[in-house]
Every structure is written in C-alpha cells, then in structure tokens.
Design a protein around this ligand. Sequence first.
Ligand code: ADP
Length: 319
Amino acid sequence: MFLRKLVSVIGREKGFHSTKALLEAAIIDGNNIAKQIEKEVRTSVESWIKSGKRRPKLVAIIVGDDPASKVYVSRKVKVAKAVGIDAETITFDKSISQKHLLKAIENLNKDTSVDGILVQLPIPKSINEREICEAVTPAKDVDGFHSENMGKLSVDNDSIVPATALGVIELIQRTKVDTFGKNAVVIGRSKHVGLPIALLLHSDSKGVSGALDMTTTICHRHTPPEELKKFTRLADVVVAAAGVPGLVKKDMVKPGACVIDVGITRVDTESGQKLLGDVDYESVKEIAGHITPVPGGVGPMTVVMLMKNTLKAARKNQS
Ligand code: ADP
C-alpha cells in the first residue's frame, strides 16, 4: 500500500498520468533497435566495399505461393537494399521436384557472385525440409540452419547463427537486462527458433557466441500448462516461441521479468489480417519489466540480423 502510494507520488512528478502507467513494462521497440543496427550494417558494408571487395549478394528462394512467405522475403530484399546488399528472389512453382530444387541450390553454391542463400520456409510437404537445409553450403547458409552451423553453435565455435535467435539476444542485450546467472525460459523447442535461442541464452558470455550465462529451461508442447507456469514464474527472461496466440498470461510472469514474444500468428478479422503474438500483451505488460510488442518487436530484428549474417558470409566467401 505504502509502495503504491510512493510510486504514485513519483509517477505524478515524472508526468505519468496514472500509477498504472508507471508500473507498466518498458516496451522494447524492435523497429527502433533494428533501424539502429541497419545503420551499423550499412556502415560496415560501405567500408567492406571501400576496401575493394565485391558488394555482398543475397539470393532468396521461395517455393510456392504462400502470401506470408512473399511478404517476409520482400521485406528482406528491401532491407538488404537499404544496407547496400544486392538481393535477388527466385520463385519456384509449388510443384517443383526436390531434385530440381536441390540442383538450383547447387548452382547457387557454385556461383561465386553469390554470398548468401536462403530458402524461405515453409516449403511444400512433398519436399524434405531438412535435406534442403543441408544442401545450402555452410559458408553461404545465412539462415544458419545447416547442421554444420547448428553443430558449431552448440559447441560454441564460430558459425552463422539463425537470425531470429541473434535478434532475440540483441534485444535483451541492448535493453541492458541483467542476465548473468539469472533464469530464462524458452517456450518452444523448434530446431530453427527455440533451440538456437536456448543455446545463446545458456552459453558462456566469454565464449565465441558471446552468450548470456542464464540458467535456461526449454518448455514445449508436452510441458503441462501447470508446469509451464511454474517454470515461467521463476524466469527473469521469458522467450515465447510456440506459435500459440495468448499462451503467456499475466499470472505466469514474475514481476519485472523481461518478456520477448517471438510468436507471429496471422488471423483473419473483420478489418483484415491481424498478427498475434504468443504473449497476452495487454495483461502481461502490467507485470513485466520489459516486453516486446507484436508486430514491431522480434520481427524487424530477424530481418536486420539476416543482413549481418550475409555480410559475415561475404567476409568468409571473399577472403
Ligand atoms: P517455430 O518455427 O516458430 O519455432 P514451430 O511450430 O516449429 O514454430 O514450433 C512450435 C514449438 O512450440 C514446438 O517446439 C512446440 O513444442 C511448442 N509448443 C506448441 N504449443 C505449446 C504449448 N502449448 N506450450 C508450450 N510449448 C508449445
């Protein structure tokens, strides 16, 4: 009671309209942080070119006509151009055979004008996703999905790290959240998202990946809801990557925790399509210390970290 009153007085002095506003989480502005990193990457690309090297080039492959994939890839191409990276999109019909797709990737692997290759997921079920990820040569694998890159990440060797995981860590670091020896929970164990995030949260900050030294728990679809809540309530950082809208509720979050929402689910509403995160944003922001919105949190970070990866690949390929 006394604390609320004190907070209310301080809040009025600081110009907050209500105690509630003062107590709410600080919003982590992914758009803004991504813009800052975009500038940093543009400067690095310019000095790379000034040193006499070829402009980095990224090639994105889309298979089929998934509208979300088209939106994501066009965003990637736009940001690539903004930072001075050449970008090209190759679109294949959904009926393409695995053999033909593998051949196209092989040609790009051999093409010395190409530094980065990504195959936008999901791809049609008729094609084996893992075999496609394995076909991209590790040095050009800017998504970091090849087992060589994933393996190197897990033993903390230099590798190309999946962009969403890099984006999540960058958001936490730039927000200056205290992480050393603290507790983290990752909700979701997918090989491309949840797993690399967990690897970066728990690894050694003195290691190659510059990780966060957190005590890290991975929860997944077989974690019973009551158990999930037990773990998240202990967490100083919660990263939600389950693709289940509104999964993380206020009563699951420790006061002051940093909540990063990786989930993006498209839903149709009367006023058009809407993007929903895994976090019940309106209620969780009343208890969290920091929170990312959806959209405008992790999404823009993923795109800009992909550009960082493309420059890294160019450095590997053109050395
Ligand atoms: P992404 O590629 O975004 O990580 P996936 O659909 O591949 O998405 O993976 C979703 C992950 O979320 C899986 O690891 C799954 O076990 C986890 N998951 C799904 N539902 C729940 C849930 N209710 N509670 C905890 N984890 C969940």
